[in-house]
Design a protein around this ligand. Structure first.
Ligand code: AMP
Length: 270
């Protein structure tokens, strides 16, 4: 199962991603978490990303595309993954499409958590208060002013992805403002509803298509029309040699019409 979770900051993507991870046995792939880890570890990527993250801006596309590509190649991502926080721009989505195609993979669905920005600001303020009350460190970008900036960035750069994926028929929209278990249930329903073949795999080559071959044109009754029957008789008199011939039921001879010579030359042996 390969999924994308789309939604503004504070929409609860992390919580829902965790639940999907447990349900499908896939790995969470949060670019925000990966970038924060890089900052903590002081890697070259982390050093470049630190200030950008703290300002609530987006790190350059190529940097984030590279870390996602490397993460997808890890053995634990073979069973699938859920992308949280990536893609965040249309160029990132296009890069992801290319990357997956090159790796012979495909997406199973894109879940959009639809949210009200005013409520999100309240939520984030609550989260900051709770984190501080537990004596834990508040994330530098968990700040109302930074959140406002991140929401503006989401609206401008990430929300076009809703159109991008809805055009491709992969988007499933869920009410992100509902209680957490309801959101989880709605996501489950959205994903199960779309399941056709086993997720994440292309149909093996040689798999018969589901669409049936078009039926030969017939009249509304399903029988061949008079024109078609006439045509068949005229053009196919030789072919009709295969039709039962000789005597009809009751022992009478079938009256010959246009065909003079015996319709079948070879006698049947045995
Ligand atoms: P998040 O935890 O997903 O809200 O991400 C935290 C911060 O990491 C963002 O505000 C960005 O600065 C950076 N970031 C995370 N994902 C991306 C991405 N896909 N593209 C660019 N910047 C990102």
């Amino acid at each position: 199962m390969r999924l994308i979770l789309l939604g503004p900051p504070g929409a609860g993507k992390g919580t829902q991603a965790q639940r999907l991870v447990e349900k499908y046995g896939i790995v969470p792939l949060s670019t925000g978490d990966m970038l924060r880890a890089a900052v903590r570890e002081g890697t070259p990527v982390g050093l470049k990303a630190k200030d950008i993250i703290e300002r609530g801006e987006l790190v350059p596309d190529d940097m984030v595309v590279q870390i996602v590509s490397e993460r997808i190649d890890q053995p634990d991502a073979k069973n699938g993954f859920i992308l949280d926080g990536f893609p965040r721009t249309v160029p990132q989505a296009e890069a992801l499409d290319r990357m997956l195609r090159e790796k012979g993979l495909s997406l199973d669905g894109v879940i959009e958590l639809k949210c009200d920005e005013g409520i999100l600001l309240d939520r984030i303020n609550k989260r900051i208060g709770e984190t501080a009350a537990r004596g834990e460190t508040v994330r530098p970008d968990d700040d109302p002013e930074v959140l406002k900036k991140r929401l503006v960035a989401y609206r401008a750069q990430t929300s076009p992805l809703v159109t991008y994926y809805s055009k491709r028929g992969t988007l499933r929209t869920v009410d992100g403002m509902a209680p957490i278990p309801h959101v989880t249930a709605a996501i489950g329903q959205a994903l199960d509803g779309h399941a056709g073949r086993p997720p994440g795999r292309r149909a093996p080559s040689g798999t018969p298509r589901k669409t049936a071959r078009p039926a030969p044109k017939r009249g509304a009754s399903g029988k061949r029309g008079a024109k078609s029957r006439r045509k068949g008789r005229a053009a196919g008199s030789r072919k009709r040699a295969k039709a039962p011939r000789g005597r009809v039921a009751g022992g009478r001879r079938r009256p010959r019409k246009t065909v003079k010579k015996p319709a079948r030359k070879r006698g049947r042996r045995g």
